[in-house]
Each structure stands twice: as C-alpha cells, then as structure tokens.
Design a protein around this ligand. Structure first.
Ligand code: NAD
Length: 441
C-alpha cells in the first residue's frame, strides 16, 4: 500500500484517485475548487461517469479515499503525487502548462520525504524534463524527487472501466527507482505495463490520440466522397472492418470529433512539430477535415431550407459523445449558435448535458432565436419543422422512425451520427439526411 496524492479531480484525476483507492492505496485527492471538494466529501461525483459515485462512496467509507483543498497536507508525506490537472489549448494551438506549473511549484515547496511525481496530464514531449528541473529549482527540503510520465488513455463515458481494465499502462521513467516504484503502485491492477523513457511515453499519448482523430477524419473524408459518388459509408466501413490491419473500431462517419482531448491534442502535436521545423501534414489534414465536418449538417440543412427564422428546430443530443456530460468542443456548440443567429426556436433534449449547455445558452431568448430545454425526445419533436441529431445517446437511438412522422410538423431529420437505417426512414416516410449515405427525400 502506498500513500498517494492526486492533483486535480477532473475526469482523469478523480477516476485515477478512486481506482488507486479501490486497489488498496491510501489516496488524497486535491482540488482548488472548494465546491467540488465538498460535493465529493458528501459522496457526490462532480462529473458524470458510470460506476464512479459507487466507488467513491465505498472507498471513502473504507477510509482509503479523501478529498481536500489543502495541498500541503496531501503532498507533504506522499510516496507518489499524480498530476491530473488540465492542459488546455492556447490560441496558437500549444498546450497551456500553467496549471501544471502551479502544482509542481506547490509540490516542490511542500514535500518532506522522497517522492515520485507522476504526470498523468497530456503534456508536450519534453515537459517532464522541465517539470523535474522546475521542482529541483524550487525544492525547499533536502529530499529526493523524480518525475515520471504516465499518460492516461481513458475515454469519457467509460472512464472507470477503462482504468480498471486498461489495455495497457504506459510508464516513462529515467531511473530504476522511479520505474520500480511505479510498477509496484500499478501491480494490483494486474494489467500490461509498457515501460519506456519519459519522452517516448509523452509521445505515445499524442501519437495514439492523434491516430484515432486521423481515423475519424479519414472516415469522414471518405463519407463525403461516398455521397458524391453514390456509395454508402456504413457498407464501406463494414467491408473495411473485416481486415484485421484496419480493425472495426472508430470507423463510424459523423459530424466530427469533439471533447477535451482530440481537438487539443492534434493541434498541440502539430504545434510541437512546427516548433521543430517539421510540418506534420497528416495531422494538419485531420484537423482541417474535422473543422469542416462539424458544421456539415448545418450546411446540408441550409441548402434544403430557405431560412431557419421562426422554425421550430428540435435538437437531439448536446454532449460531444454519449455517456458524458462534457460539452467541450461538442459539434452542438458550433451548430446551435448558427441556428440561433438565423432566428431558430430550438427545443433541445439531452439526457445529461442540458444543464451544462444552459450555462452557455440560457433558456429563453438568445440573439435572434430562442432555446428551450425539454426532458424527453417527444417534447423536442412536437410540431417541429426540422430535427438535428448531434449525439447518439441510447435514449435517442431508441426513438422509432415513426415517432418523427407522428410528432413533427414536417418530418425532416438531419442525423449527424447515422443512427437510422435508410430503409427504415424510407418506410416511415421521414425525409432523412445523414452522413456519407443516400438522402431519403
Ligand atoms: P478537467 O479540466 O476535467 O480537471 C482538471 C481539474 O484540476 C479541475 O477540477 C481543476 O479545478 C483542478 N485544478 C486546477 N489547478 C489545480 C491545482 N493547482 N491543484 C489541484 N487541482 C487543480 O481535466 P481532465 O479532463 O481530467 O484532463 C486532465 C488532463 O488529462 C489533461 O491534460 C487532458 O488532456 C488529459 N486527459 C484527459 C482525458 C479525458 O478524457 N478527459 C483523457 C486522457 C487524458
């Protein structure tokens, strides 16, 4: 059992902290947000993740997990401190490392015993070297500190499962001491561990995420071509998926990737390459395709309708993907303002994301249009002129094609996630436009 502190209780930090407690370590999670800490202490998760709250309550009750804003208390005598604070994108595409720098300085000024600092946040290659130097520069007590890279690969919506059953754990270290300590901490998970040097570990994270983003953009690019030449992207993807070299995952065409990782991690790697005088053309292409794809549905709908002014527009799904309440870089955030600008009256439904969306677009008048949040699909569709599907939530996929015909004033659907079979929409008499497939007129 090790004494572990975790800095940052977002998707990465909180899930890591809870899972470390679950395998028997003594964990203190630190956050600067007092409201979050109070919520967590009362057993409530500040983020929506399946199974997380149960594990929080169980491990808190067992005395293995605690939360605090007092970083000194948590870092002082920790064996290892995991950093999971944000590294958001800056306007030039580079990663903002200021949150990391703050934590690192706090660590340097507080630790009183030998300690391994483990960077879980996604950081540009070479950052861990700088973190180690920074700690040495600010270190107050005479203790040994080393820095290890341990990038996180969880996907929001399945974060707990992805951590407890991770495909691999990547550790990047520069000494036997750090490698062995990190291996021991992870031993109870009983998962494959890949041990490399720090810079390779940092690169594995970006190379993995950006490869997935590239795969999505590639399929979207092919989908757009499918529409022009009369092929069906879903049939194409299915045919491709039998080839083990390609695999069957991440072949769904749609309205582009969003979330807190793919958009920023593609831009950060492109930026890093530029800094080294290298043009990373594949990733640049992935970014360009995605930028266009996010408003593909809106562009299609604008060709079909004279205006959205005064139309009742049903919006199904707001979050960047199902299973999360996260809206960061969600396609809805690109499309809704365009619709509002045009004077649309939007009725939006999302099983968990509406509250967060209402923080950006409050209910009522927004510019020329209005937005109303409803708590079921039928209420959004009721008497609507047009419907947009932005997120493939189970609740939305379960809506029968006839429901559009029955509820809407005109059954006109723009589906950014290809959730319906073309034949089913034809049979139901719904005008249906999706991505990379024949339009049902
Ligand atoms: P997040 O924004 O959800 O959470 C960050 C948390 O850190 C916030 O709660 C914030 O209050 C806290 N914080 C800020 N400064 C602090 C400080 N000085 N001390 C303690 N807490 C502090 O971030 P996230 O989505 O969990 O991402 C964190 C990192 O992990 C990023 O680098 C991200 O790229 C990477 N990552 C994210 C995911 C994901 O799916 N979200 C997956 C893999 C990797």
């Amino acid at each position: 059992m090790f004494k572990i502190a975790v800095a940052g209780t977002g998707y990465v930090g909180l899930v890591a902290g809870v899972c470390f407690a679950e395998i028997g370590h003594q964990v203190t999670c630190v956050d600067i947000d007092e409201n979050k800490v109070n919520l967590m202490k009362s057993g409530i998760s500040p983020i929506y993740e399946t199974g997380l709250e149960e594990l929080m309550q169980k491990n808190y009750a067992a005395g293995r997990l605690d939360y605090t804003t007092d970083y000194r208390e948590a870092y002082r005598d920790a064996d290892a401190i995991f950093i999971g604070v944000g590294t958001p994108e800056q306007p030039d595409g580079s990663a903002n490392l200021s949150y990391i720098a703050t934590v690192v300085r706090q660590i340097a000024e507080t630790i009183e015993k030998d300690c391994l600092v483990v960077v879980k946040s996604t950081v540009p290659v070479g950052t861990n070297d700088k973190v180690e130097q920074f700690i040495q520069d600010f270190l107050v007590n005479d203790v040994k500190v080393e820095v290890a890279s341990n990038p996180e690969f969880l996907a929001q919506g399945s974060a707990v499962k992805d951590t407890l059953e991770a495909a691999r754990i990547i550790i990047g270290t520069e000494s036997k001491w750090a490698e062995e300590l990190l291996m021991k901490i992870y031993e109870p998970f009983n998962l494959p561990i890949v041990s490399v040097n720090r810079r390779s570990a940092e690169m594995i994270k970006y190379a993995s995420n950006d490869f997935l983003a590239l795969k999505i953009s590639y399929m979207n690019d092919i989908a757009n071509l499918c529409e022009l030449v009369g092929a069906d992207i879903q049939d194409v993807a299915q045919g491709m998926s039998f080839d083990e070299r390609i695999g069957s995952k991440f072949l769904n065409a749609g309205i582009g990737y969003g979330g807190s990782c793919f958009p920023k991690d593609t831009k950060a790697l492109e930026y890093l390459a530029k800094q080294h005088g290298y043009a990373l053309r594949t990733i640049k292409a992935a970014i360009d395709v995605n930028d266009d794809q996010k408003t593909m549905l809106y562009k299609k709908a604008s060709k079909r309708l004279i205006t959205f002014n005064g139309l009742k527009v049903a919006v199904l799904g707001l979050t960047f993907k199902p299973g999360t309440d996260d809206l960061r870089e969600a396609p809805s955030l690109e499309n809704v303002p365009l619709l509002l600008e045009q004077g649309a009256d939007i009725y939006a439904y999302d099983p968990v994301g509406a509250d967060n969306f209402a923080k950006v677009y409050p209910e009522g008048k927004n510019g020329r249009g209005t937005i109303t949040y409803v708590d079921n699909v039928e209420a959004a569709l009721d008497n609507a002129n047009v419907c947009f599907i932005f997120t493939e939530w189970g609740e939305i996929k379960a809506v029968a094609p006839e429901t559009y015909k029955k509820c809407m004033r005109t059954p006109l659907v723009f589906d950014g996630r290809n959730i319906y079979a073309i034949e089913a929409m034809k049979e139901a008499g719904v005008e249906y436009h999706s991505i990379g497939r024949e339009a049902v007129q």
